[in-house]
Design a protein around this ligand. Structure first.
Ligand SMILES: NC(=O)c1ccc[n+]([C@@H]2O[C@H](COP(=O)([O-])OP(=O)(O)OC[C@H]3O[C@@H](n4cnc5c(N)ncnc54)[C@H](OP(=O)(O)O)[C@@H]3O)[C@@H](O)[C@H]2O)c1
Length: 384
């Protein structure tokens, strides 16, 4: 049985990972769980899966959880130190399902401890793709993508020679505002932005999907995961979300991975790769039922976040971390009702414009850029 750690176990990916583990009875067992504030769900998960270690966001949450779990032999940790300890604990695989740049240090801790990483947290590769991939190489650690697009590319590349890869094509659903005219975008509400047409996900990624920032983050993620240059990464809007992404080989062959939009599939593959397990709980894809697959060019004008993210990726150095941090603050403010939907790209562009890029930063440089960008973005939010 594989020993699994889940960082972000109370979130959308975290809870689905536990569903996969439960359905694959006998294949995996949970040794560590970490989350932020949801003590109630974490208690429930700890009682059900009996991990050795559990970490929560802060000390008061840890005190509460310790009290609730006092009848069980489970150590409860807190804060960043607790998260890092769970990330590096003895295990076979660490699922990083945290949201935001907070995922970076625990991912590095898991890699440095030699743990295989199933990476859902895209912000880690966005902010520090070079450092993370170099550390993984140095420690002989495999990073297996959980993001459905990157899982699709990873699956298409199985058995292919890397030098035969000409490029990758990321599919995008287009989000809830795919057909919304530009002049209406500034008036859309949080509720509307949270209504993703195909996927049920956590709040931050759902808003990122509405601005198309999510696809920009995925371009950077693909660049680092598969070693493809930016001109070799294309995006196609595919509203049905059945083709999860494609690869183009040097001979012109294009390979795709298809499936119903259900994150349990890429999560399970990340846990079992190179093996596959029958998953009885997921519905099977029926193409006649789907009927029609369609494709469009993405609209970089109506969705400027997509452009900014790709520009940040190409600028490299500290810029992707700055772009990401500004976006996290802006998405938080939009979700709280403080700013409008189109203020998100405005804030991202404003903070990027203020930033002098530092090339090849170390981790501390990335964290410093992240802190600076959050302060700058906060100032703009407060002015609103
Ligand atoms: N959801 C999807 O279908 C999907 C698909 C592809 C990629 N991803 C990526 O996967 C990641 C997770 O997404 P999600 O939708 O699952 O997010 P989510 O539902 O918001 O869950 C985030 C998890 O991270 C925990 N967390 C947040 N801040 C923390 C902190 N400071 N310390 C410890 N734990 C913290 C949360 O804990 P509490 O809730 O207890 O505070 C929660 O368990 C994101 O990077 C996203 O882009 C998600």
């Amino acid at each position: 049985m594989k020993r699994i750690v889940i960082l972000g176990s109370t979130g959308s990916i975290g809870t689905r990972t536990l569903e996969v583990i439960e359905a694959a009875r006998g294949e995996f067992f949970v040794v560590g769980l970490a989350a932020g504030r949801n003590v109630e769900l974490l208690e429930e998960q700890a009682r059900r899966y009996r991990p050795r270690l559990v970490a929560v966001g802060d000390e008061s949450a840890a005190r509460e959880l310790s009290g609730r779990l006092s009848d069980l032999p489970i150590r409860v940790l807190s804060g960043e130190a607790g998260l890092l300890e769970v990330a590096a604990m003895e295990a076979d695989q660490v699922v990083v399902a945290l949201v935001g740049a907070v995922g970076l240090l625990p991912t590095l801790a898991a890699i440095r401890a030699g743990r295989r990483v199933a990476l859902a947290n895209k912000e880690t590769l966005v902010t520090a793709g070079r450092i993370v991939t170099e550390e993984a190489r140095a420690h002989g650690v495999q990073i297996v993508p959980v993001d459905s697009e990157h899982s699709a590319i990873f699956q298409c590349l199985a058995g292919q020679r890397r030098e035969d890869l000409a490029g990758v094509i990321l599919t995008a659903s287009g989000g809830p505002f795919r057909e919304t005219p530009a002049e209406e975008l500034s008036r859309v509400t949080v509720k509307e932005a949270l209504q993703h047409p195909n996927w049920s996900m956590g709040g931050k990624i759902t808003i990122d999907s509405a601005t198309l920032m999510n696809k920009g983050l995925e371009v950077i993620e693909a660049h680092w995961l598969f070693g493809v240059d930016y001109p070799q990464i294309r995006i196609v809007v595919h509203p049905q979300s059945i083709i999860h992404s494609l690869v183009e080989m040097v001979d012109g062959s294009v390979l795709a991975q298809l499936g119903l939009p259900d994150m349990r599939l890429p999560i399970q593959y990340a846990l079992t790769h190179p093996k596959r397990l029958a998953h009885r709980a997921t519905r099977r894809l029926s193409l006649p039922e789907i009927g029609r697959l369609s494709f469009e060019e993405p609209d970089f004008q109506r969705f400027p976040c997509l452009r900014y993210a790709i520009e940040a990726g190409k600028m490299d150095g500290t810029m992707p971390a700055v772009m990401n941090a500004a976006n996290e603050v802006a998405v938080g403010a939009f979700s709280a009702g403080t700013i409008g939907f189109m203020d998100i790209p405005r804030i991202v562009a404003h903070v990027m414009n203020q930033h002098a890029v530092v090339a090849r930063p170390l981790v501390e440089g990335i964290l410093e850029a992240d802190r600076w960008a959050r302060q700058e973005a906060d100032k703009v939010v407060r002015r609103k």
